[in-house]
Design a protein around this ligand. Structure first.
Ligand code: ADQ
Length: 493
């Protein structure tokens, strides 16, 4: 194996204190504790980075709940294994507001998910985005040498690749994974500073997306909007400013074996106490939804479909309970706050309509659930509903499948998710906005024969296990290794 595999520097845009990303490392007298965060990117990457001896660079908001004595702001994570070094960049409140809650989540997030109407481009947000990307690039520069692999994560760091490319040796490799969708050229046209974003991203040697559709849309956008770039669609390469960027589609999976193991060890007592806490009658069939409270996740549409299901199938009243676990996220942004209010009021309305003295159709909670409870719920839910309006991949669907160790349950999956491209019709496909069709699929899942459920679930399990987080990482690093070795050969000639 190449040395590259053991010398990795990662750049992560995720904040240590936000619901959708981050590692908390807090000194507790003499020890450091690490809390697992809620959110796809960090939950997915932590096991990956643990397998390297690299440096993870991430930002913190300097809220002093941990003070790192090391002059470079570095700690070993996890403290007992020292699997990697976490270097924290402290950002001021203003920087966090403009970089993270501003350009990243008020511009790039809605843009890439196809909600251009929700873009709010405030005057200094892009300048802060550029400044923070520079800070990341400078921090990478402190750690990188001519044999380094730099692996950037997500839409918070679109400008950094070019800054890094311009400052590290030519034999270092710059790779990036974009965890959210990429929009069509017609939507990308709404991107403020769109040219700079594209120019930044083609500073990468390798740029990965979850699925081919996003990769092809990126190529189309570069072809249309970045003058001086040469796009080869068949090879998925871009030449620009003397460099070449390879675009790949490598769908991300989950740590399937860990979900399987934790679901098997989830105790019946644990489940009973969960049901007790939330007033869920043990005798009803259970549906489950688990999402960040984000306008892309299609929660109101799901609630309408559940309401329609009860209207059309009143025999299920009192016999089916839908548990919706939602995690508030990015609440500093109005669109998110309003979305949360809308979801809560819809739950109340539907519950009032159908509830009885000892049963509620929808049990809604924003409590943080320990992983043990999450796995107990995954295992025992009869049907999991994953209905985003658009989602880069969606890890919840795959976690559910991995935890469905009894193969006696069904997955309803939106056809607008990356996960649908890999799990396809073995799940029950839904169009999240077609209320009648959605309600019909829910009824179908609940009344499906045991034989069909296990047949479908067994195929889904095969796919999720074959494409787990480890195979995603292997594919990424196979590409990186090829590019890295090629760069070394070219310069030594
Ligand atoms: P997210 O939009 O955060 O991720 P998702 O892929 O579903 O969405 O991941 C959410 C993660 O958070 C899952 O691991 C889930 O278990 C966990 N989680 C959510 N709510 C929880 C709760 N209440 N309690 C405990 N855990 C909870 C982004 C992109 C996705 C892409 C991922 C990874 O938006 O499209 O799949 O990154 O690339």
């Amino acid at each position: 194996t190449s040395d590259a595999a053991s010398r990795r520097s990662g750049g992560g845009g995720g904040p240590p204190t936000e619901a959708d990303g981050g590692i908390h490392a807090k000194p507790n007298e003499r020890s450091i504790t690490v809390d697992e965060p809620t959110g796809g990117l960090t939950a997915g990457l932590d096991p990956v980075v643990k397998k390297t001896d690299g440096t993870w660079i991430a930002w913190g908001d300097g809220d002093a709940d941990f003070e790192v004595t090391d002059e470079e702001n570095c700690v070993a994570v996890p403290p007992d294994e020292e699997a990697y070094t976490l270097r924290r960049l402290d950002l001021s409140e203003e920087a966090v507001d403009s970089y993270y809650y501003g350009f990243s989540n008020r511009v790039l997030w809605p843009l890439c998910h196809g909600f251009p109407d929700l873009i709010a481009d405030r005057p200094t947000d892009f300048d802060w985005y550029r400044t923070v990307n520079e800070q990341f690039a400078d921090a990478v520069g402190d750690h990188a040498d001519d044999d380094s692999v730099i692996w950037l994560q997500d839409y918070h760091l679109a400008l950094a690749p070019r800054m890094i490319r311009d400052s590290v040796p030519a034999t270092a490799t710059v790779a990036h994974f974009w965890h959210i969708p990429w929009p069509s050229p017609a939507t990308f046209r709404h991107c403020p500073a769109g040219n700079r974003i594209l120019e930044g991203l083609v500073g990468n040697d390798l740029l990965g997306f979850h699925v081919g559709t996003y990769a092809d849309r990126f190529l189309n956008c570069v072809d249309r909007y970045l003058s001086g770039a040469t796009v080869d669609r068949a090879r998925r390469t871009i030449r620009y400013d003397g460099g070449m960027t390879r675009i790949v589609a490598t769908p991300m999976g989950v740590d399937a074996a860990a979900y399987d193991r934790d679901a098997r060890s989830a105790s019946v007592d644990r489940l009973s106490s969960l049901f007790d806490t939330y007033g869920i009658p043990e005798t009803t069939a259970i549906g489950l939804g688990l999402d960040r409270l984000d306008y892309t996740k299609g929660i109101p549409e799901r609630l309408l479909a559940i309401e329609r299901f009860f209207e059309q199938h009143p025999d299920w009243l009192g016999a089916f309970t839908f548990v919706q676990k939602a995690t508030p996220s990015r609440t500093d942004i109005e669109a998110y706050e309003q979305y949360g209010e809308h979801v809560r009021s819809e739950v109340t309305r539907i519950n009032r309509r159908f509830e009885t003295a000892d049963w509620q159709p929808i049990v809604y909670t924003e409590d943080v659930l320990p992983r043990e409870d999450l796995c107990a719920l995954y295992r025992h839910a009869d049907v999991m509903v994953v209905s985003p309006l658009v989602d880069g991949m969606n890890l919840v669907a795959q976690e559910y499948v991995a935890a469905s160790v009894d193969s006696d349950s069904a997955l309803l999956l939106s056809d607008r998710t990356g996960a649908h491209e890999r799990l396809g019709s073995h799940a029950l496909t839904i169009d999240p906005t077609d209320t009648d069709g959605f309600a019909h699929q829910l009824e179908r899942a609940l009344s499906m024969s045991q034989y069909e459920r296990s047949r479908r679930m067994n195929t889904l399990r095969q796919r999720v296990f074959n494409g787990d987080i480890e195979s995603w990482m292997d594919t990424q690093f196979d590409w990186i290794r090829r590019i890295h070795e090629n760069a070394h050969e070219t310069t030594s000639r």
